[in-house]
Each structure stands twice: as structure tokens, then as C-alpha cells.
Design a protein around this ligand. Structure first.
Ligand code: GCB
Length: 590
């Protein structure tokens, strides 16, 4: 599945803007067939955005269940003769879609795209009623998991991850056209030897037996540097300009399906030529040592929640550049395709994560102390959950496999990993990710402090060690000397495993504007000193090849006594202004 694009043979029309919207408080929408008529009692809602922070009523904001979106769509006349496709970049966490009265597709999973061919149900030049029912409930069989508990005051949605369960159509929706005979998927694998780059390509097409494929590679100036015929091939590039950290050099690969001299279909794929390798405790990009500097991030902004917005994305990357970061992790779910494209273009290195977060019932909202559930059991996280998890891994790799920015797949964040149940659950998943990725990138998962060195039973399966640690915050609170000592000791243990270690989270909640001398937790000064103590620990252990602070910016969470207007571990505030720690990091990283 390729994202809609504008080419010689394809068009796309964004369906973003104001849609009719209704929260289905009584769960009546399916029975009353809300899709079969204009949505009654509807209010306006923005696509793309989370609906939650746009409304002011607490019950609406915290609602779980069905929410309905509807709008009228006119199919452009120019789409006549082509296949007409609806493409959703995401619907969190699942969706059912109707074209007029007809259900055309369902999709599970809140952060990956899905499409449906609606050619047979619409007419070029005419309108149709598009209805989408989005559902945001979480269960033990969803990724991420959750549970609905009965309480004296009604049913409540519980989950174990530390960010607000934003819902809605978070990314663009497209009406797209493409020819019946078309390129369905495209894979590139890059490499280089000396100054010659290579791009292996593999074209999968539909209904194209009589057509021939042609691949043309152009450099960033549009000069053709290589071309080949056939569904598969390898292109060679003299004097290659590699893609690398801080140098987002992209070639453009045009793939055409030809009927003699006629172009039947054409797609474009930007290509960054680079290699990724783990060698002992080293992490290499293009054969050179790479040290990760950056953040675990969130798609989270004031008012729009998890909605994608280009302006806010650009601001985030401006700040990443200003602070000297070279990388980030898409904690804790796949990010918008626009973010991935922009990371390619800006030369940012990405650890790409599935939405498998909160598979740890020993944690509550990112904090110790769960609510008495067993994580892995036939009644909780079970084989059905794992099947969903596998689909998320395969779906993520399928979507992002061609991005040069992606250098590691993170298959989960902080699952319970110290038990036999964890070992059994995770054993096959790493190989599933490896098998899915034609580029053979390293695969790992993010380890939690509850499964420290010597206790974790899952890290044996990964190619890299990714650790989230809060020495000086959740433990050794306020005691940075003790924190540095304990962290160094643990790192020395992990270093004996002979794999590269990336610290994927370390951070301290900080109220912007709170100043204290001597520094105390929650003050800006403490965040600065906390980071310095952590850095001293990292710098003593050669196997540590990266540091990603938690978090880039403050973000929304569920209510909790450990959260003050959300999680405040941001180095930037939620509206993207620097705390004191930002200047300290800038000095270390620049
Ligand atoms: C973690 C989680 C992250 C939380 C963070 C915290 O370990 O991975 O999602 O937000 O801790 O601040 O507690």
C-alpha cells in the first residue's frame, strides 16, 4: 500500500477540514444507522485533530466508545475511468467506514494507515456521504491494552501508558485516484562501496501482466543518475551522495508501468542511500560510529492533541536543530507519515516504535504500582493480543521500510520483561520484525527499570539494548550522587552483554518557572543537575552509544497525583518554549 500521491497517473484530494461530529453516548449509532442519513444533532469537528481538547465538557473529553464523523464528498470528474480510493492516515483506535449506506471497510489499530477501493460505489462528478465511526476503547486484546472497570459510579477506562488516550481522525484523510493497473508496493534497499551507491528496488503491481516496469533514479537536482527495466533491479550511482545524520540528501526514484511508450502508472519514492550496522557495542551509520542525541517525543500539542499539523512539526524540528539533537524515538506509536518524510529530509535518525506500550500491569501511568492485574495470562495479554501486536509490527515495517531515517525498530515500550510469561510472549516477535524488513535493520525493545540488568528475560533477543531509567527521579529522588553511582553500576552490568546501549529515557518532571537553590526536584535547576549526573554515568561506559531525554516537551496524561497538568518532563514546555535544561543540553550536544 502506497500513500496517495500526485503523479502523471494519480491524483489526491485532501478531505481535511470541518466534519459533522457526534459522540455516541448511548452506543445507539449502529442500531439507529447513523450512517444512512445526515448526522443528527451534529457539531463541527476538525480533521485532523483529537477531538478531546477541543471540547470543554469533561464527560465528552474522557468519553470512551463510538464517535461519529460525517461529511459530503464530491468525486472529481477527472477521476472517471480510474480506481477511486479512500485513504485514512490514521483513526485512533479503530474505525468503520460507510459510503452512503454501504459499509466499505473496518480497521483496527490507531496509528497506521488503511485504504479502501470505493470505485464501484461512487460516480465521478457526483457526491457521496462519507461516515466514519471511530472507537477509542482499549481492552486486553488491543495494542495498546486497557480495561474497562465497573465502578460504583459507572464504567471507567483504565490503561497503563502514561499519555492521554486522545481519539479521533488524527491525520489526513484522502480521496485518491489511480489506474486499475498500478504499482501497489515498492521496496528499496540501499548500500555503497567506495564512492558507488546502490539501490535495489522491487516493484509489486496489480493487474499489470502486460506492462513493463521502469525505474529512474534522479539526484536532488533532478539529473538522472541511473535507470533500469523490470520489476526488480539494482541501480548504481557514481559519486554517491550518502544520506546521513544531519545531511538528509535524497534521490528521487520514479517507477513507471509502461504499455509500449505509454505511461500507465507512475509513482515516486524518495531514497536516501545509507547503511546501518551493529558491530559489537558499536552502532554504525554508513560505517561510521553514531551517537544518538535527542529525545523520546510525543505527538501532542495544545488544543489539537495528537492531530498532525505541519506548522507545529516544523517548529519541533527547528527546536531539535537548535538544541543539537540528531535523533528521536517515535515513542510510543508510529508517527504521522509527514513526520517520517520530514525526518528523512532533515537528516534525523529515528527509532521507530510500535504502539505496544503499557503491556506492564506492574506500572500505573508510567509509575510504579499497578492495579492488581497479571500481565500475561489467558484472561489478560494473551495470544490474541500477541497476534494484534504482530500485525502492528508488520504494519509499521510495511509503512516505514523505505525511510532512510529509520535505523532501529522498537517493538515495544517498557513491557513486563522479567518473567517467564514475558519471555514466551516476546520470543518470536523479534524475528518477525527482522523477517518483515528487507533492509535488515536492528530490532530491539525498550526495557523498564523493573527489569534491571540480570533480571530481564527479553533483552537477549534484541540487537541493541534500549533502557529507560529514572535514577535521581523515581529512585534516588533528590540524591544525584547516589543516582550517578547506581546508574553507572547498572550500566557496567549491561555493557558485559556486548551490545550497544541507548538510554531511551531519562528525565525529571520540571515546573517551568520554579527555581530553587540548592536544587530540589521539580525545579528547573534540578532538571539541569539531574541531566548532568546522568551524563556523567553514561560517559563512564563505552557501550553507551546514545542518550535520548524524556521528553522533548511536556504532554497530556490522565489525572494523577504525580502529574501536574500532565507530564512535565519536557525540556520544552507544551507550547514549545525552553526550560533551563534546554540550554544545558544545547551546550552538551552542539
Ligand atoms: C516511562 C514511560 C513513559 C513515561 C515516563 C514517565 O518509563 O516509558 O511513557 O511518560 O516513564 O515520565 O514516567
Amino acid at each position: 500500500m502506497l500513500r496517495p500521491q500526485e503523479t502523471e497517473s494519480r491524483s489526491r484530494l485532501p478531505l481535511d477540514g470541518l466534519w459533522d461530529f457526534r459522540i455516541d453516548r448511548d452506543g445507539a449509532g449502529y442500531d439507529e444507522r447513523w450512517f444512512s442519513a445526515p448526522l443528527q444533532d451534529a457539531r463541527a469537528m476538525v480533521v485532523p485533530s483529537s477531538y478531546n481538547d477541543l471540547v470543554v465538557d469533561a464527560e465528552d473529553r474522557n468519553f470512551f466508545g463510538d464517535i461519529w464523523y460525517q461529511r459530503t464528498v464530491r468525486v472529481p470528474r477527472g477521476f472517471a475511468g480510474d480506481r477511486v480510493i479512500l485513504y485514512f492516515e490514521s483513526a485512533t483506535h479503530r474505525a468503520t467506514v460507510w459510503v452512503d449506506d454501504l459499509e466499505v471497510t473496518r480497521h483496527e489499530g490507531g496509528y497506521l494507515p488503511f485504504e479502501v477501493d470505493i470505485t464501484d460505489h461512487v460516480t465521478a462528478g457526483r457526491t457521496f456521504r462519507l461516515t466514519v465511526c471511530v472507537n477509542n476503547t482499549l481492552s486486553f486484546q488491543t495494542i495498546p491494552p486497557g480495561v474497562i472497570e465497573d465502578t460504583p459510579t459507572g464504567r471507567k477506562q483504565i490503561y497503563w501508558h502514561d499519555f492521554f488516550n486522545f481519539a479521533g481522525l488524527h491525520r489526513s484523510v484522502w480521496l485518491a485516484s489511480r489506474p486499475a493497473s498500478h504499482v501497489d508496493d515498492l521496496t528499496v534497499v540501499t548500500g555503497f562501496e567506495g564512492t558507488t551507491g546502490s539501490v535495489r528496488y522491487d516493484v509489486r503491481s496489480v493487474d499489470a501482466q502486460q506492462l513493463t516496469a521502469r525505474a529512474v533514479l534522479a539526484d536532488a537536482d533532478g539529473v538522472v543518475v541511473a535507470q533500469g527495466d523490470g520489476d526488480q533491479g539494482e541501480l548504481h550511482v557514481d559519486d554517491v551522495h550518502l544520506w546521513g545524520p544531519g545531511d538528509g540528501y535524497l534521490y528521487d526514484l520514479t517507477v513507471q508501468l509502461l504499455d509500449g511508450g505509454t505511461i500507465v502508472d507512475e509513482v515516486h519514492q524518495h531514497v536516501g542511500i545509507r547503511t546501518v550496522e551493529v558491530r559489537g557495542t558499536e552502532f554504525l551509520i554508513n560505517g561510521q560510529l553514531f551517537h544518538f542525541k535527542g529525545f523520546g517525543m510525543h505527538e501532542d500539542h495544545v488544543t489539537i492533541g495528537k492531530g498532525h499539523n505541519d506548522a507545529l512539526m516544523v517548529r519541533d524540528f527547528e527546536l531539535l536543530q537548535w538544541i543539537g539533537a540528531n535523533s528521536f524515538r517515535t515513542s510510543h506509536y508510529p508517527y504521522s507519515e509527514d513526520v517520517m518524510d520530514y525526518a528523512d529530509r532533515m537528516g534525523y535518525v529515528v527509532i521507530d516504535e510500535t504502539p505496544a506500550v503499557g503491556l506492564n500491569m506492574g506500572l500505573g501511568g508510567g509509575i510504579f504500582g499497578g492495579q492488581g492485574y497479571t500481565t500475561y495470562s489467558p484472561e489478560t495479554v494473551n495470544d490474541t493480543t500477541r497476534q494484534r501486536h504482530i500485525e502492528e509490527i508488520e504494519g509499521l515495517v510495511a509503512r516505514d521500510k523505505n525511510h532512510p531515517c529509520v535505523v532501529i525498530w522498537s517493538i515495544a515500550n517498557e513491557p513486563e520483561s522479567e518473567t517467564e510469561g514475558a519471555e514466551n510472549y516476546f520470543r518470536p516477535l523479534f524475528d518477525i520484525a527482522r523477517k518483515a524488513d528487507p533492509q535488515g535493520r536492528p530490532v530491539g525493545f525498550v526495557n523498564v527499570m523493573l527489569a534491571p540488568y540480570g533480571k530481564c528475560r527479553v533483552s537477549q533477543f534484541g540487537d541493541v539494548l534500549m533502557l529507560n531509567r529514572y535514577y535521581g527521579w523515581y529512585v534516588n529522588t533528590g540524591d544525584l550522587e547516589g543516582a550517578e553511582h547506581a546508574f553507572t553500576e547498572e550500566l557496567r552490568g549491561w555493557a558485559t552483554e556486548g551490545k550497544p546501549i541507548i538510554i531511551t529515557e531519562y528525565g525529571a518532571d520540571t515546573m517551568p518557572g520554579l527555581h530553587q537553590l540548592p536544587a530540589q526536584p521539580w525545579s528547573e535547576e534540578y532538571q539541569v543537575e539531574y541531566l548532568a549526573a546522568n551524563h556523567r554515568a553514561f560517559d563512564k561506559v563505552d557501550a553507551v552509544v546514545g542518550e535520548q531525554v524524556w521528553n522533548f516537551a511536556d504532554f497530556a496524561t490522565t489525572s494523577g497525583i504525580m502529574r501536574v497538568g500532565g507530564n512535565k518532563k519536557g525540556v520544552f514546555t507544551r507550547d514549545r518554549q525552553p526550560k533551563a535544561a534546554a540550554f544545558a543540553l544545547r551546550e552538551r550536544w552542539s
